[in-house]
Design a protein around this ligand. Structure first.
Ligand SMILES: [Ca+2]
Ligand SMILES: [Ca+2]
Length: 216
């Protein structure tokens, strides 16, 4: 992290006036500086205007994969950030899913998870036909990773669906490609080719005709 970056950070932070989240879009955008410390902004872009939806979230550890939406439908924006650290219950460094909620203009911890089912590689909030969910890529074993969907249930996440092993996939990106309010996802296979999935049944299924295409 250079001094120039920190100068820009300080200016940007000073320019942001926290306010209650008045969402015009269901999926706000996130900007993340991985750090450490990690700094995440949540904002929406509408008609060429960029509107911050809260103050910057700063976490002293390295971070990745900031993702925001209203996870539990209470009208308050929730922010997912993966942070790389040890925990009291898991002394090995790893990626932890930390969730914050925007309350009275501040990011308040909602769930600072120590682990999920398997070692966590990547994660994002997604919109499914059943509502918002946490989608993870987890390491199932040597050379194998896969997708798992979790539902928020008051305090913590409940595993709802686990897909088949996919090999070494990474690069999770989320976008509503057809504008129906349900997110499609893209991953990179071990060889670097993009593979696309759509929500189907209780989880995600490969979209065969988009298997080798570049995402729009
Ligand atoms: Ca919420
Ligand atoms: Ca869609």
């Amino acid at each position: 992290m250079t001094g120039i970056c920190w100068g820009a950070l300080a200016i940007a932070a000073a320019a942001i006036t926290p306010r209650a989240a008045a969402l015009h879009t269901e999926r706000p955008s996130c900007l993340l500086i991985p750090g450490p410390p990690a700094v995440a902004w949540v904002f929406e872009v509408q008609g060429g205007r960029v509107t911050p939806l809260g103050p910057p979230l700063v976490h002293r550890h390295r971070g990745k994969m900031a993702s925001a939406l209203d996870l539990d439908g209470d009208g308050r924006l929730d922010l997912l950030l993966l942070v790389h650290k040890t925990t009291r219950f898991d002394p090995r460094p790893g990626w932890r899913p930390f969730v914050y909620t925007l309350r009275e203009g501040r990011w308040a911890p909602k769930w600072l998870g120590s682990r999920v089912g398997h070692p966590l590689l990547e994660a994002a909030f997604v919109r499914t036909p059943a509502g918002p969910r946490l989608l993870t890529i987890e390491a199932f074993g040597p050379g194998a990773a896969g997708l798992t969907l979790y539902r928020w249930r008051g305090f913590g996440f409940w595993g709802e669906w686990t897909g088949p092993p996919l090999g070494l996939v990474s690069g999770l990106t989320v976008a509503d490609l057809d504008g129906d309010g349900v997110d499609e996802i893209a991953l990179r296979a071990a060889g670097g080719a993009p593979i696309h999935f759509a929500h189907s049944g209780e989880g995600y299924a490969l979209i065969p005709d988009r298997g080798g295409e570049e995402k729009r």
